[in-house]
Design a binder for this molecule. Sequence first.
Ligand code: UDP
Ligand code: MG
Length: 325
Amino acid sequence: MDLPVLYIVIPCYNEEEVLPITAPEFLEELEFLKSEKLISDKSRIMFVNDGSRDKTWEIIKDLSSKNEAYTGICLSRNRGHQNALLGGLMEAKDLADITISIDCDGQDDIKAMTEMVKQYHEGCEVVYGVRSKRETDTFMKRFTAESFYKLMKIMGAEVVFNHADYRLVSSKVLKEFSNFKEVNIFLRGMIPLVGFKSTSVYYERHERIAGESHYPLSKMLALAFDGITSLSIKPIRIITGSGVVVSLLSFIMIIYMIVGYFLGNTIQGWVSTSSIICFLCGVQILSLGVIGEYVGKIYLETKARPRYIISERTGLSSKQSEEDL
Ligand code: UDP
Ligand code: MG
């Protein structure tokens, strides 16, 4: 059996301080995997420069001129972590059999790649890197990050708990994933939608080697909001639900007020005014929810996601192999 070609895809944004330290560590792991006969000699490291304003791209070019194992692509401007990663993965899917995406700041344990590749050899097409501990993170970072996963779950966007974007994905999965045409992307929630056999590998998260996090609270909230709205229409359901509840409550209120009116313990004009307010409140929220349901359907339809994905064929030649003939 041919050894699989691995591409390690690494998004970088203003990482001039970090890159010179971590790049050799990635190379060391790549060489180790080659020497263990787990991956092919054609395996590479692919940096994605996400429109950095510092010397990041110069460093990447310099690395690749010195060692052919280093490659890089440069985005025309800063598009954010998720888009940079997608760009790298889409570039790598035609060159590699497997990809591993990882941040360039050395926070995720590079050594966990060995286990990921082994899991691929065991037949898994997707291997999620999951943080077992977050002791090195500040209380605030840990709290916000864990609330993030909980909020996502409540809102109907299923993600692997404590898994960021450190994962192995085979090119087979990436080719199917390229049929997900949506513009708002949230990779860690979308990869599980593709399916195929998957597993998790656990590792400890370290501190950032140098530089600062590019994910302050505001960006994290934006990511959570994107994640929820791009994966689920549950927020709309919540509006519809609250419309039903408000309608019911206002109905009870109206009965209560009418009873009060006949018992004579209300002032003039109160019952009629309040009844109208209660009634309209309920009707309005409910109507909003109903309109929202349609908007939600339109939203999901416009994504034109594939309705099913065939994972394997037997006795039938796939389109690809027909073309090869
Ligand atoms: N990153 C990127 N584009 C951005 C922001 C970040 O490509 O606009 C990269 C960054 O270089 C790093 C990874 O995404 O490799 C994760 O960012 P960071 O370490 O700042 O986030 P944190 O680990 O604190 O969540
Ligand atoms: Mg980081």
